[in-house]
Design a protein around this ligand. Structure first.
Ligand SMILES: Nc1nc2c(c(=O)[nH]1)N[C@H]1C(S)=C(S)[C@@H](COP(=O)(O)O)O[C@H]1N2
Ligand SMILES: [Mo]
Length: 160
């Protein structure tokens, strides 16, 4: 078939049946930990928890970045899905190891995020400057001077 005919056929099929559907990205991460049935963390399951917004800025290898992230406090997720908040003194030994799809890992400590201790507003981010973050859950670590803990594409939270 001449190229122009092929191009016309392709153009016609887009007009008639629309562009090929792009598979919607499934955004989900697994939360695991001691004495815990594993829980699924998705934008839908997070919608049941209080959301908040925070202005952030950090330094990166690409220069300074700033933005307004919306999301849910990591502490609120842990308090809702585990019993760690029942015995805070014992929980202070623990960390939340966050892993991304590319293998990037960072830890946040329970003492850092617990409201009665560090009270840092570390969040699981769902929006940036009001727009949904479409490529996965993003950690938000307000106050960090550098961006390494703003983990993109989180696939798991392991309380250890
Ligand atoms: N999954 C993943 N998240 C990541 C990184 C990474 O390598 N992998 N790099 C971090 C670092 S070092 C910085 S400075 C910021 C950069 O954020 P940006 O990609 O939005 O500019 O992302 C952070 N999040
Ligand atoms: Mo970075």
């Amino acid at each position: 078939m001449p190229r122009s005919v092929t191009a016309l056929a392709a153009a016609l099929s887009v007009m008639l049946i629309g562009p090929a559907p792009v598979a919607a990205q499934v955004i989900r991460a697994e939360l695991t930990g001691p004495d815990l049935v594993s829980a699924e963390i998705t934008p839908e399951t997070l919608a049941a928890l209080p959301s908040r917004e925070v202005e952030t800025s950090f330094e990166s290898s690409k220069g300074p970045q700033s933005g307004r992230y919306g999301g849910v406090l990591l502490w609120d997720i842990i308090a809702a899905r585990t019993a760690l908040d029942d015995d805070l003194k014992a929980a202070l030994r623990r960390v939340v190891l966050v892993t991304a799809s590319d293998g990037h890992q960072v830890a946040f400590s329970i003492g850092e995020i617990a409201p009665e201790f560090g009270n840092r507003p570390i969040m699981v981010g769902l929006t940036l400057d009001g727009a949904p973050i479409s490529d996965g859950l993003r950690m938000v670590s307000p106050g960090d001077a550098r961006g390494a803990r703003y983990v993109k594409g989180v696939v798991s939270f392991e309380i250890r």
